[in-house]
Write a protein that binds this ligand. Structure first.
Ligand SMILES: Nc1ncnc2c1ncn2[C@@H]1O[C@H](COP(=O)(O)OP(=O)(O)OP(=O)(O)O)[C@@H](O)[C@H]1O
Ligand SMILES: O=C(O)C1=C[C@@H](O)[C@@H](O)[C@H](O)C1
Ligand SMILES: [Mg+2]
Length: 160
């Protein structure tokens, strides 16, 4: 059974996926492999709709992978991606958090500086977060509140 982890940037998808299975698949990494350039460069050259199309193609392939998959933070923003997630037989786990905790984590994470974070003000990022909140809930088969929980406890909740 494929398990997709979804949630906004910084919600802990990669951290939790790695605890669930060290051979987990990072969807952004698969996309970077396919397009042969950093996602930020692809966005700049071809625009977001073209990126979402690539993302949909990768998502479809991964739905039958039987692996743990950490998705891109914006995977729910395209209708096609939401359809693929809703119609697949995979588990879709939403790691839910409030914006201020996410922002603090993204700011503190010096190992992974997200292009979206560099390109937007805090207010603009919050607008994106607000616009996606309901969409994550809509496609999730399970929502796990991650506030004040360590990754190990989040894993336990996922496995309940
Ligand atoms: N439950 C947690 N408690 C505290 N810190 C956490 C927790 N989960 C993840 N972190 C930290 O938050 C930061 C973001 O985590 P991670 O990279 O796993 O998020 P992500 O959802 O994969 O982000 P992105 O969508 O940008 O790939 C990292 O520095 C990580 O160590
Ligand atoms: O939140 C988003 O829209 C994105 C998040 C990243 O994981 C990447 O998938 C890409 O940079 C878009
Ligand atoms: Mg990640």
């Amino acid at each position: 059974m494929t398990i997709f982890l979804i949630g906004f940037m910084g919600s802990g998808k990669s951290t939790v996926a790695n605890l669930l299975a060290t051979d987990f698949i990072d969807m952004d990494a698969v996309i970077v492999d396919n397009i042969g350039m950093p996602i930020s460069v692809y966005f700049e050259r071809y625009g977001e709709p073209a990126f979402r199309q690539v993302e949909s193609d990768v998502l479809k392939t991964l739905a039958s992978s039987g692996q743990i998959v950490s998705t891109g933070g914006g995977v729910v923003s395209s209708k096609e991606n939401r359809r693929i997630l809703s119609e697949s037989t995979s588990q879709v786990i939403y790691l839910k958090s409030n914006f201020s905790d996410l922002y603090a984590r993204i700011m503190a994470d010096k190992e992974n500086v997200r292009p979206l974070f560099l390109e937007h003000t805090k207010e603009a990022l919050e607008v994106i977060y607000e616009s996606r909140k309901a969409l994550y809930e809509m496609v999730a088969t399970k929502t796990v509140l991650v506030t004040d929980k360590c990754p190990e406890d989040i894993v336990k909740e996922i496995q309940l």
